[in-house]
Design a protein around this ligand. Structure first.
Ligand SMILES: NC(=O)c1ccc[n+]([C@@H]2O[C@H](COP(=O)([O-])OP(=O)(O)OC[C@H]3O[C@@H](n4cnc5c(N)ncnc54)[C@H](O)[C@@H]3O)[C@@H](O)[C@H]2O)c1
Length: 433
């Protein structure tokens, strides 16, 4: 169905969106406070350099499907949807400047007061990148104050982050990896009235803050990837190794490297290889005289994560607890204690004054050999006095279960009202009654 759509902000995002929506058969009104951009769009010229956009704008203007103005004004009464694409630049303190976004929001609020009551609710779709909490804490209250009524009857509000990249913006608009729609309540965005149905991309309809956060996470990850790859590249070059050959082989592993593996929030990393080989990589960088802050920060980040978990456990069950930690070896199915994050966690909890019990069906202290035998001696208190192989005994008087790993069938054997902190998911804290 052809809609009348207002686009507020004719920068890289707004102009591309206007061009693509007009091409798809909608009537588009582009609005910007910059009269030069407005004049350009009104004549079918692109105010930004973006392959393919100018052609689409020119065709849309010729067909009478695209107009431009310096304010949305009375046209708001005739629109079905408004997309907010104004800039949210960085402030000096690193936070995003929401001034344009909130100014536009107040303008929309005032305009909505004049909108005929018999029209269907105007759908306001925010596309500018904003920090999580912006819609709930700033946009919705500002709208409610200026319109004089909450969303629902006269207007509805969605947040749909934009993922396009400059220079490939039209292609990215047409082939999104996924569409994310933050909404006030399930179904409220009416799947954005079908404007992207033909794209066939998976759609995630989620609370506002999830959608807001996803955009931050994407861009942080992309930046991290570039910095990581470049640090590896510098080390390779310093050692006379072809960085692209290394990258080719690294990228060919779609099982562990380019995959969801190791990318879910959960427990700290540990075990016999990751900490050891990361340290060796840092030593190599030092030998090459290279600073590699991304790689160097990884260990510190891991240590901070462990400290955060200890603090979180203290909030959930203040010391002395008692607390039961399930899992001491570094992961399920092994009795390897080397660099186990759970061994470190257990020691931290003891230091913090917790009455700690430990249960680990993978671990028999009498059968440990080599380094693990030595570790058992070093952590005798834990392995001889705190480890209870019988789950019922381990659970006696416990106020919180911390799941480092989850042996088969364990959940079903826990009392239903006992709070569980599942480190594998960083979730699930309340009792499950
Ligand atoms: N550029 C990208 O590749 C990209 C990709 C995805 C998301 N984003 C996000 O989308 C948003 C827009 O990015 P952009 O690069 O298009 O920004 P931009 O700076 O190119 O354009 C923003 C436009 O908003 C206009 N504007 C400001 N106040 C206005 C008002 N009150 N009414 C109407 N127009 C107003 C400005 O004049 C400007 O033309 C930002 O939040 C950005 O982070 C950008």
């Amino acid at each position: 169905m052809a809609l009348a759509i207002g686009i507020l902000g004719l920068g890289y995002v707004g102009t591309t969106t206007a061009a693509c929506l007009a091409r798809d058969g909608h009537f588009v009104l582009g609005v910007d406070i910059n009269p030069e951009k407005v004049a350009a769009v009104a004549e079918g010229r692109s105010p930004v350099r973006e392959p393919g956009v100018e052609e689409l704008l020119a065709q849309a203007v010729r067909r009478g499907q695209l107009q431009a103005a310096t304010e949305v004004g009375e046209a708001l009464a005739r629109l079905d949807m408004v997309m907010v694409c104004v800039g949210t630049p960085s402030r000096l303190d690193g936070r995003l400047d929401l001034a344009h976004l909130l100014e536009v929001t107040r303008q929309l609020g005032r305009g909505l007061r004049q909108r005929p009551r018999d029209r269907s609710p105007l759908l306001l779709v925010y596309r500018s990148t904003v920090p999580p909490g912006t819609m709930e804490r700033f946009v919705l209250p500002a709208l409610e104050r200026t319109v004089g009524e909450p969303p629902g009857r006269g207007y509805e509000v969605a947040f749909a982050p934009e993922f396009l990249r400059e220079a490939t913006a039209v292609r990215d608009y047409d082939q999104p990896a996924r569409i994310v729609i933050g909404e006030r309540e399930r179904g409220a965005s009416q799947r954005l009235l079908g404007i992207w149905d033909h794209l066939g991309a998976p759609v995630f309809e989620v609370p506002y803050a999830v959608a807001e956060m996803v955009k931050f996470v994407d861009n942080s990850f992309h930046a991290l990837k570039v910095a990581f790859a470049n640090e590896i590249g510098r080390i390779c070059v310093a050692r006379g190794i072809d960085p692209q050959r290394v990258a080719d082989i690294f990228l060919a592993d779609t099982k562990l490297n380019i995959s969801p593996a190791y990318l879910r929030p959960g427990g700290p990393f540990g075990g016999s290889c990751l900490p050891k080989d990361l340290s060796a990589m840092l030593a190599l960088a030092r030998e090459c005289g290279l600073a590699v802050p991304v790689l160097a920060g990884v260990g510190e980040s891991n240590a901070l994560h462990l400290a955060w978990i200890v603090a979180r456990i203290g909030e959930l069950a203040p010391p002395p607890g008692p607390v039961l930690l399930v899992g001491l070896s570094f992961k399920a199915g092994t009795d390897d204690l080397r660099n186990s994050p759970f061994l470190a966690l257990a020691e931290r909890l003891l230091d913090a004054g917790f009455d700690l019990r430990v249960h680990d069906p993978d671990l028999d202290p009498d059968r440990l050999v080599g380094v693990n035998f030595a570790l058992a001696l070093e952590h005798e208190e834990l392995l001889r006095r705190r480890l209870a192989q019988d789950l019922a005994e381990a659970l006696e008087g416990v106020r919180l279960v911390v799941l480092g790993k989850e042996p088969d069938g364990l959940r079903a054997r826990l009392p239903r009202d006992l709070p569980v902190f599942d480190l594998g998911r960083l979730a699930g804290v309340a009792g499950r009654r």
